[in-house]
Design a protein around this ligand. Structure first.
Ligand SMILES: [Zn+2]
Length: 383
């Protein structure tokens, strides 16, 4: 009887909150799924020393979608006890709730990072009343910096969209795609090409991107051939596959290209998302979470290597929320085995870790709301 009442509470109490198939914030199952996975694809971890004292010229914000501390622990264990992320000398915790919900989705959390405001679930670059708020990427352009977005999902998906688009709902993929033409971003790489060239209004935004001076690239391999100018990398028609099902080294290649094209004397703002750690959590699959976590950590290694040499780059690595209510109930750093147990198919409310590297990284110590990450970045860059 009590269990039944509990179920009714969940069914009615959370009905109004935003959800969608690939990013549902609420769980619809009570059972706990345990799953053991032994990694065989280990990567080397660098030893990068965080530079101090210089003025911040570049900001790289790396978002592991759905990356709570247990997802980091899963990756750490699976990679035999080492991750690049551990080179960060500063750690903090971010509280993640949305303005209208105890549990956030990626849109409200992305907007908190991008705009500094707490907003409702589903909001893209707008506040809780639906009013557009300038994003840090747009501010960076105003300050003559270069800008870029890299994601392992659609580039029009909630997290990357929050940095460049202003729409009342994350589901407005075609409107979000059009917003990419309103802001002179220098580089974006992700999936979702169909939101640009297979649209209800029959517009072909790829042509418009070309006339605006972008080299439009439709495969990961072709990214290598772009050595200057503005780059629109729409490398998959829809969602991107997971690492082991065809995405391969896409994130590493895109990250290297972004650092190469964006580095300039006026500085840059770059957001890189490991999007599918979240999808592994929604699927309650330990192997999927680990694979995506390690893929993200490899990109973290590239970014920290760049930042350690550059000495004027602030790197922040965090998450929008945790996904799956993952617990690590057994494991071995000898064999790279992780046994995960999931408690929900949705997101959870737990605070997420914040890692920082480079000048002004000390600003990110402590416990704070997720929108403070925006304000700390603005303080560091001095806008
Ligand atoms: Zn999600």
């Amino acid at each position: 009887m009590y269990k039944y009442l509990f179920f009714i509470f969940f069914a009615t109490g959370f009905q109004s909150c935003y959800s969608q198939q690939e990013d549902n914030i609420t769980g619809d199952e009570e059972k706990i799924i345990n799953q053991s996975f032994t990694n065989t694809n280990f990567h080397d971890v660098g030893n990068y020393v965080s530079p101090k004292g210089k003025k911040v010229k570049n900001i790289i914000l790396m978002i592991g979608d759905g990356m709570g501390t247990t997802q980091v622990q899963a990756g750490f264990t699976a990679n035999k006890g080492q991750l690049n992320i551990q080179n960060c000398p500063v750690t903090g915790y971010a509280k993640t709730s949305a303005s209208d919900n105890y549990i956030t989705d990626s849109a409200a959390a992305g907007t908190a990072f991008a705009c500094g405001v707490k907003t409702y679930n589903g909001a893209i670059g707008v506040d809780h009343e639906g009013t557009s708020v300038e994003t840090i990427l747009e501010s960076a352009i105003r300050h003559n910096m270069k800008t870029g977005l890299v994601a392992t999902c659609r580039i029009t998906h909630a997290t990357p969209a929050s940095f460049i688009a202003h729409q009342v709902s994350r589901n407005m993929y075609e409107e979000i795609a059009e917003d990419f033409l309103k802001t002179p971003i220098d580089l974006f790489i992700g999936g979702g090409r169909e939101n640009f060239d297979n649209r209800k209004d029959n517009k072909n935004l790829l042509n418009e991107l070309s006339s605006n001076g972008y080299t439009v690239v439709t495969s990961t391999d072709s990214l290598e051939f772009v050595s200057s100018g503005k780059l629109a990398g729409l490398i998959h028609k829809g969602d991107q596959p997971r690492v082991s099902e065809g995405r391969g080294e896409m994130l590493g290649i895109a990250t290297r290209k972004a650092l190469e094209l964006l580095d300039n004397e006026n500085g840059f703002f770059l957001m890189i998302e490991g999007s599918q750690i979240d999808w592994g959590g929604h699927d309650n699959r330990t192997d999927y979470v680990v694979e995506e976590m390690l893929d993200f950590d490899k990109a973290i290694g590239q970014v920290l290597e760049f930042a350690a040499k550059d000495e004027q780059t602030l790197v922040i690595i965090t998450a929008d929320h945790e996904t799956g209510g993952l617990a690590i109930i057994n494991g071995s750093t000898e064999s790279g085995t992780v046994e995960g147990a999931f408690s929900t198919r949705g997101h959870t409310s737990v605070m997420v870790p914040v890692y920082a590297f480079g000048p002004s990284s000390e600003l990110f110590q402590g416990v704070y709301e997720n929108n403070q990450i925006y304000h700390k970045m603005i303080t560091a860059i001095g806008f």
